[in-house]
Design a protein around this ligand. Structure first.
Ligand code: FAD
Length: 348
């Protein structure tokens, strides 16, 4: 059994910590922010979050990582405390999104539940929409889920400490035993850019603005926006406890933490136009979108993709960008492989 410190209490750190406990290690999580906090330097609470893989058709590595997450989240939907539920998800396709005259089938079509092409009554008969596809996805109520992971970790004897380190090597001094840790897992997200001993300049933010709205939404919807609005899109994920998240933006290298009120207006107008069920009184919804929260989060992206790599007695796991939830389990499996190599080679 090894002494491990996980640096970071976002979805990446919490998931890895649980996997390391299952391997029999004694694990301490340290973090500047912990579940329950809201801060621009802590991305995890701001996510939607759903499963919608960004892996390209030829990126088998990311596909395999993401599909692990898909199956795990389907299982978690039957655990009442996890804040995860299975919902239908639809993606509307415009004419310019057709491939050789047909709706392009994503790589995961044969690996997810209930994949189908949309019938005419499932997508809006306006503008240049020509079809789309649907499947079963999951929505993760992120603040509930982060606390669920944390409680699981604590119940298994894990220790959480609110600690900020200036240099990654300081993390070795914070194991619960009072002794030096054997291994540190660096799950610091976007802050890996500034952390001493790491200072990875490949890390950059992808800014996302989201609205929290009150309604009885029942399916996830993704729509491509028309016009000159680079980095803007429309998506909506219903939450298990009611209400939904409306997104959003994918603005690279933007660090600002304040919601943009003009963008909020555009997001509301788009949602009312393209997802009319949100304002359908027959479904018990208000006649306009009732926003009760506007939030900004910074997706922790990295040129070249997520860094999952061992450097001596440190395993790095940061830079996962827009996919931190859906890939959390698949990446944790990779971290475990690296930790096994480490403990084998150091004979601890
Ligand atoms: C608007 C939005 C929508 C999103 N939607 C989705 C989605 O639908 N599906 C999906 O899979 N993903 C989604 N994401 C992405 C996902 O939220 C992130 O990929 C994920 O949260 C990253 O988690 P993390 O644990 O790596 O980083 P973080 O959550 O940022 O956690 C970093 C941790 O490291 C700690 N830390 C950093 N530096 C130090 C230090 N020096 N000392 C001590 N502690 C430190 C922090 O305090 C924190 O605890 C979305 C993100 C946003 C913003």
């Amino acid at each position: 059994m090894g002494k491990v410190v996980v640096l970071g209490a976002g979805v990446s750190g919490l998931t890895c910590a649980l996997y390391l406990q299952d391997e029999g290690h004694s694990v301490t999580i340290i973090g500047r922010h912990i579940p329950g906090d809201l801060d621009i330097r802590y991305t995890s609470p701001y996510a939607g979050a759903n499963w919608h893989s960004f892996a390209s058709a030829d990126d088998k590595v990311t596909q395999d990582i993401d599909i692990v997450g898909y199956n795990k989240f389907l299982e978690l939907a039957s655990e009442p405390g996890a804040g995860v539920h299975i919902v239908p998800s639809v993606n509307f396709v415009r004419k310019d999104g057709l491939h050789e005259g047909k709706v392009k089938i994503p790589w995961f079509a044969s690996r997810v539940q209930n994949f189908h092409l949309l019938s005419k009554d499932e997508y809006p008969q306006i503008e240049d929409f020509v079809g789309g596809w649907g499947m079963d996805s999951v929505t993760i109520s992120t603040t509930i889920y982060l606390n669920y992971l944390l409680q699981k970790f604590l119940n298994k004897g894990g220790v959480l400490k609110r600690v900020e380190v200036k240099h990654v090597n300081e993390a070795f001094n914070h194991h619960q035993s009072g002794e030096k840790a054997d291994l540190v897992i660096n799950c610091t997200g976007l802050s890996a850019r500034f952390l001493g001993g790491v200072e990875d300049e490949k890390c950059f933010p992808i800014r996302g603005q989201v609205l929290w709205a009150r309604n009885n939404a029942t399916r996830q919807v993704s729509v491509k926006i028309k016009g000159n609005y680079e980095g803007e899109s429309l998506y909506m994920f219903p939450r298990k406890e009611g209400g939904c998240i409306i997104g959003g933006t994918f603005l690279k290298n933007q660090w600002g933490s304040k919601p943009d009120p003009e963008l909020t207006k555009r997001m509301v107008a788009r949602a009312e136009k393209y997802i009319p069920e949100l304002i359908d009184p027959k479904l018990g919804n208000p006649s306009h979108i009732e926003v009760f929260g506007e939030n900004v989060g910074l997706r922790p992206a990295r040129e070249g993709g997520v860094r999952v790599e061992r450097e001596g007695n440190i395993i790095h796991n940061y830079g996962v960008g827009p996919a931190g939830y859906q890939s959390s389990f698949g990446i944790a499996e990779k971290v475990i492989q690296l930790s096994k190599e480490f403990f084998r080679s150091s004979k601890l």
